[in-house]
Each structure stands twice: as C-alpha cells, then as structure tokens.
Design a binder for this molecule. Structure first.
Ligand code: FES
Length: 129
C-alpha cells in the first residue's frame, strides 16, 4: 500500500468523520466481520429519498473504521437508491487497491452495513419490532 493511502486511512481512523449517533434515525443497520467480531452500526436521516445525515459507531481495525468514515462522507446528499447500488469499487477507490483479501473484508464491512440500512429503508422494513 502506498504512503498516500496509508496516511489517508490513518487520518480517517484517528479523526473519524460522522462518528456518533442520530437520535431518531430513519434507517439503521448493524453488522460484524465474522473473522474478527468487529462491529459497525450506521444510522441515516433521510428526507425525500435523500441521505441528509449519517453517523456510524462501533469498534474495529483501522481499515474498517477508516473505510466507513470515508463512506459516510461520500453518501451525504446521495439518493438512497444510489447508496443501495454502491459496490466494492467505491471502497477500493477510497482505501486504495493494494490491500490484501483479508483487509478487503475489513474495508467492506461499512459498505455492507450502509447498504443494509439503505435497502431496508427503501423496502420500508421496520427498524425494530
Ligand atoms: Fe476486524 Fe478488520 S480486523 S474488521
């Protein structure tokens, strides 16, 4: 991994963007990386099908936290349906392509959670029973 991506990842890890909770989120999802148990929760505030605010919380390695932080920055102002269609390319663009398959699983955790939240909201699934 080159220095640019290493520094960029460390910056997001040390100063995560959009870290915290939304009091009354319109959508939320949570998941973990089964390889390590690290966990991420993402909450969305949605207005007229557009992501107005996003927060994440949880614990994990530098790559999972940084990748999620980058994603939260990217999706503010995006249509929910576009968030639901994001694929791993956006993650690779964020963290750089020189990461190992194991690290890629770390990097994908936030995307998986984000898409679950977006798809759940689109489908109108209840957040909780
Ligand atoms: Fe757990 Fe990376 S080691 S998400």
């Amino acid at each position: 991994m080159d220095d640019f991506y290493r520094d960029y990842i460390l910056d997001h890890y040390r100063n995560p963007r959009n870290f915290g909770q939304i009091e009354r989120p319109d959508a939320e999802a949570e998941d973990l990386n089964p390889l390590c148990g690290d966990q991420i929760k993402i909450q969305l505030k949605v207005d007229d099908g557009v992501v107005k605010d996003v927060r994440f919380s949880g614990k994990g390695c530098a790559i999972s936290q940084a990748s999620t932080s980058m994603l939260t920055d990217a999706v503010k102002g995006m249509k929910l349906e576009d968030v639901a269609k994001l694929n791993k390319d956006v993650v690779l663009e964020n963290v750089g392509i020189g990461i190992s398959p194991t690290r890629l699983k770390c990097a994908m955790l936030g995307l998986r959670v984000l898409k679950s939240a977006a798809i759940g909201e689109i489908a109108g699934w209840p957040d909780e029973e």
